[in-house]
Design a protein. Structure first.
Length: 259
């Protein structure tokens, strides 16, 4: 009996050891998301931001009619309509979407997202406009925060981002906007504080839910268009988003990207 108990203890110890070794390899530790990291400096000073702007440049309005109107908005307004903000790493060069030459496909690794709609460490293919890529440098290894939405229209099933939101994430874990900020300024926040601040409030979420139900209620697609139509609750939508929508998106873009 004693030998059997001893054997069980040894087995449990071995399992714990393997878990501690293997799991970090599967889900790499993300030091940038540690709140302790920013305890002594939660936000950058204006001087520090100005110094970083030599590398992380911001789009400057130079009189192009219409463009400034598109990108110069309070970021929180877009939380009412877009699904989530994703903190990610670029893992492949942008490639032209041959099915839509005004767009590019960029493979990213999901690190986290504000609404917990995406699977951490999952690779997804994101559609990004040529206008945005003309402003940011989406080099392999660079980290960004993008606002994304699921889009289903005329047979296209995809995740796409918007010209309204792109934030660089520096090597030290601070965010700098690639565009003008109106209203609340988030440039200089550490990435952990930024992601917490930009999670939808209950009011924003309620607007988002009603916006999707009302605007797309007549689409009557089996996938519920891109919104919450056809779902009993948000958890059901979230599960569909994380698994089914992610697979449809990658099925749509992977073959185009690798061809």
């Amino acid at each position: 009996m004693k030998n059997k108990v001893f054997a069980i203890i040894i087995l449990l110890a071995a399992m714990l050891s393997v878990t501690n070794i293997i799991f970090p390899c599967i889900l790499p530790y993300e030091p940038m998301l540690s709140e302790e990291r920013y305890k002594n400096k939660p936000i950058l000073s204006d001087d520090e931001i100005n110094e970083l702007r030599k590398v992380y440049q911001k789009y400057v309005y130079i009189g192009n009619p219409g463009v400034d109107d598109i990108i110069d908005h309070d970021l929180r307004w877009y939380l009412n309509t877009y699904d989530t903000l994703v903190y990610c790493e670029i893992i492949g060069e942008p490639k032209l979407n041959m099915n839509d030459p005004s767009e590019y496909i960029v493979p990213i690794r999901v690190i986290s997202d504000t609404e917990n709609l995406l699977i951490k460490n999952k690779v997804i293919y994101l559609e990004i406009s040529w206008e945005m890529l003309g402003i940011i440098e989406a080099d392999i290894g660079e980290r960004f925060v993008f606002m994304i939405e699921w889009w289903y229209l005329n047979g296209a099933r995809k995740f796409r981002t918007t010209l309204n939101c792109a934030y660089y994430v520096t090597e030290d874990g601070y965010v700098l906007s690639a565009f003008m900020e109106k209203g609340q300024r988030y440039t200089g926040y550490n990435i952990t504080k930024f992601m917490k601040e930009l999670k939808k409030t209950s009011e924003e979420f309620e607007f988002y839910r009603k916006y999707n139900e009302g605007l797309f209620a007549e689409a009557k697609n089996v996938d519920g268009y891109r919104g919450l139509v056809g779902f009993n609750n948000y958890d059901e939508f979230k599960e569909r988003y994380r698994i089914y929508y992610t697979k449809l998106n990658n099925d749509t873009f992977k073959s185009v990207y690798t061809s």
